[in-house]
Design a protein around this ligand. Structure first.
Ligand SMILES: Nc1nc2c(ncn2[C@@H]2O[C@H](COP(=O)(O)OP(=O)(O)OP(=O)(O)O)[C@@H](O)[C@H]2O)c(=O)[nH]1
Ligand SMILES: [Mg+2]
Length: 356
């Protein structure tokens, strides 16, 4: 899963990025010269995988991964409205599965009032505008290319884009519209920004952290939101001593690191669940869209497994922990055989039987 950190300039995106990835990208109070994003691959530290790894003692333990991209701030340039991000940056933002908007809730050296809600409104406007331009351009191109009459496919696309444009003009993000399977397919190539799931990271200074619960609550009416103290979390992520880390966290009254909380929100926002595969060779977490079937899970592992799918042998992580062993699960009658249509649940441990 790819998450893009976006926000107004100097909202602390790189600070959050460093906190999440333990990277050491440069943060600065001054205008960046750098334009390419920072990229990091971060393990989803699911404690269930840690526990499974202790039980099975495999050669390899593989956590699910999140790819984080830290983009430079969206600076509104009135003179050339169509350039929210530089074009090459834009291409990358569009490939993200989800956008995390970092909102500044600390006094900035660069000045400017603290106004997270205002920043969010600004970013939403930018995203809407970007999609409007894409839709308008495509509609124009369809009109130009179809002077002699439109094919049914082009006509359908044009109609859909007109509806989208209407929604955008009414300041409604595309993700709030409902689409048929055909329409979804038609839209895939556009990679509209307001169609992407979005969540908020309120980046607070240490003294403002958790001081205004109403703020996050208000923002979270629209989107899922977490509050974190970016600079503090960045320092925390650099500690290597577990006891020291715990003392730091106790001090701030946080139970989980920003990375843990962000992962959770990202999974919820995207509607993802995890299933696991276990064995002597490997214990591994896989991500899956909520509602997906056993054969989808098989496909996530390998196309051969989906093609030759016979059945899924299945038990839940919770049952395994409760029963103490796979044998215990079987004795308790909690070991199941599931077919292609079975809807996989979060925490399922699967073994796919297949034949190709
Ligand atoms: N007090 C406080 N300062 C912060 C926090 N997060 C970032 N800063 C400061 O804000 C400034 C900008 O931080 P960056 O992380 O570089 O912000 P950015 O959003 O990546 O900036 P651009 O990429 O240039 O848009 C730096 O001086 C940081 O030290 C925070 O949580 N608290
Ligand atoms: Mg930055």
């Amino acid at each position: 899963m790819k998450i893009g950190l976006i926000g107004t300039p100097k909202s602390g995106k790189t600070t959050i990025f460093n906190a999440l990835s333990r990277a050491q990208a440069e943060v600065s109070a001054y205008a960046s010269v750098k334009t390419e994003p920072n990229i990091a691959i971060v393990d989803v530290r699911d404690e269930r995988i840690t526990k499974l790894s202790q039980m099975y003692n495999p050669k390899k333990t593989v956590y699910a991964k999140i790819e984080l991209a830290d983009f430079v701030g969206v600076a509104k340039d009135e003179s050339k409205k169509e350039e929210l991000f530089a074009p090459d940056l834009m291409r990358l933002v569009k490939t993200m599965d989800s956008l995390a908007v970092v909102l500044r809730n600390f006094a900035s050296d660069a000045g400017g009032a603290i106004d997270p809600a205002g920043e969010l409104a600004k970013i939403e406007e930018e995203l809407l505008l970007s999609d409007q331009i894409i839709a308008e351009n495509r509609i124009e191109r369809i009109a130009a290319s179809a002077k002699g009459g439109k094919t049914a496919v082009l006509a359908a696309e044009e109609k859909l884009l007109q509806e989208i444009l209407e929604s955008l003009n009414a300041l409604k993000p595309i993700r709030t519209m409902g689409f048929t399977a055909d329409e979804t397919r038609m839209l895939r190539g556009f990679q509209f920004l307001t169609q992407k799931p979005l969540f908020l990271i309120v980046n607070s200074s240490e003294d403002l952290f958790k001081k205004d619960p109403g703020l996050v609550e208000k923002l979270a009416k629209q989107y899922k939101a977490i509050e974190c103290a970016g600079s503090f979390e960045m320092e925390l992520s650099r500690l290597t001593d577990a006891a020291e880390m715990q003392a730091f966290m106790d001090d701030m009254g946080i139970k989980e690191s920003a990375a843990d909380r962000l992962t959770l929100v990202a999974y919820e926002t995207l509607g993802y669940i995890s299933f696991f595969t276990v064995g002597e060779d490997e214990v591994r977490a896989w991500e899956l869209v909520r509602g997906a079937s056993a054969v989808d899970a098989a496909a996530a592992i390998h196309t051969d497994l989906a093609r030759g799918f016979i059945r899924a042998e299945c038990f839940s992580y919770d049952d395994l922990v409760a029963c103490g062993s796979e044998k215990g699960v079987k004795d308790a009658g909690k070991f199941r055989m599931e077919g292609k249509e079975y809807v996989v649940k979060d925490g399922d441990i699967l073994s796919i039987r297949f034949n190709v």
